[in-house]
Write a new protein. Structure first.
Ligand code: HEC
Length: 356
């Protein structure tokens, strides 16, 4: 046998051997979400993803798992949050401990595959995905339609128009991509302290994917104790996931006072958050910049501010969170700084007292 024939034979044998050896490995590597689900999840979550409350197992659990076939529920929870729940169990993320951890029985690829499978159990194309429910900034408007109660405090020296404010916001989802807004604004400065205005509005997500969202909103501010006829505010809000660890949000807001619309102003705001961990109960720093321009003024009057801030998840699932920030004037404004405290409760994810 010549040398070349021998080497050809060896090459051919190696070629065949590589197939034989690779086959079981290849079929093992490809995780099948449905198979994993049927094996590990179906007893509690039901064949289709809709749990059967009359089944003895579900009855024994004492908690009925949520319905994966409901498009609103299925869309609003980010897939990455579900992967955490599946891997580490309900209790780790502030949910019921009856949801077991699968860290020991499923690989990360299996968890990825089963998450994709349960995400496919509802047609969610008309609903903005929960991935776009980005952190709430201080001034930049959020694009995602939410079920949330938010308190915002702005603490200042209360001198002149540098008023101190307490705002209570109730946001409620309506339809597939809409949200109504109700706000009460209390203001105080050196002269007055009053329930200044109530605001009602509507926000709608116009365009979204797994990495961006664009919404438009209109808000009517009605004076309660404050003077004047109120104003109309409109805004566009945009959110974008830039990478695994950076998210960007921006909004353009226009305010038109009813007495004289030319007294209004335009405000552009933007923020970058550093998302350094998949765990919600962490501190996430961000830098926010705003530019405000009264309609009447020339560009020279553009007022800039910078707001370093931090989002702190308080509950294990992060559905109650705090945001603390300081605003610094960058354009020689008459005030030194303003301190902001925001407390938010995402009530779709559980009661205020759950998961601490
Ligand atoms: C022993 C019963 C049981 C098994 C088995 C089980 N789950 Fe659960 N799961 C639950 C319960 C109960 C909840 C509800 C927790 C809550 O709402 O507090 C839950 C919650 C969840 C959630 C969170 C939904 C939300 O509210 O955001 C996901 C995702 C999930 N399960 C996926 C799975 C997957 C995937 C499997 C299989 C790999 C699985 N579960 C196996 C009982 C179970």
């Amino acid at each position: 046998m010549s040398k070349t024939m021998a080497s050809r034979l060896i090459t051919a044998l190696l070629f065949v051997a590589s197939f034989v050896l690779a086959l079981p490995a290849a079929s093992h590597a490809k995780s099948d979400g449905r198979v994993i689900y049927d094996r590990n999840c179906v007893t509690c979550h039901g064949q289709t993803g809709k749990p059967d409350p009359s089944s003895p197992i579900v009855k024994a659990l004492g908690v009925v798992p949520a319905d994966f076939t409901d498009p609103l529920f299925n869309s609003r929870e980010p897939g990455d949050d579900w992967k955490m729940v599946i891997k580490y169990g309900g209790a780790a993320l502030g949910l019921a401990q009856q949801m077991p951890a699968h860290e020991a029985v499923l690989s990360d690829e299996d968890i990825e595959a089963v998450t994709r499978y349960i995400k496919s159990m509802a047609d969610t194309r008309a609903h903005p995905p929960g991935e776009m429910n980005l952190f709430l900034p201080i001034r930049t408007k959020k694009a995602f339609p939410e079920d949330e109660v938010v308190y915002r405090g702005r603490f200042t020296d209360q001198d002149g128009d540098n008023s101190q404010k307490h705002v209570l916001e109730i946001e409620k989802r309506v339809g597939k991509a809409g949200q109504v807004i109700l706000e009460l604004v209390h203001e105080s400065d050196n002269d007055v302290s009053e329930l200044a205005e109530a605001e009602v509005g509507y926000k709608h997500a116009l365009s979204f994917s797994n990495s961006h969202i664009l919404s438009a909103a209109a808000v009517w501010a009605i004076p309660v104790e404050a003077e004047g006829d109120g104003e109309l505010q409109t805004y566009l809000a945009y959110g974008k996931v830039l990478s695994d660890s950076w998210i960007f949000q921006s909004s353009l807001r226009l305010k038109f006072p009813f007495e004289d619309a030319s007294d209004g102003e335009a405000e552009l705001a933007g923020i970058m958050h550093w998302v350094h961990s998949p765990w919600p109960r962490r501190a996430y720093p961000a830098l926010e910049i705003t530019a405000t321009n009264p309609f009447r003024s020339s560009n020279g009057d553009l007022e800039w501010t910078a707001m370093p801030q931090v989002r702190i998840g308080l509950t294990r699932g992060g559905h109650v969170a705090l945001n603390l920030g300081v605003e610094f004037p960058l354009s020689g404004q008459a005030w030194d700084n303003r301190i902001y405290v925001t407390l938010l409760w995402d009530f779709a994810d559980g009661s205020f007292f759950q998961g601490w």
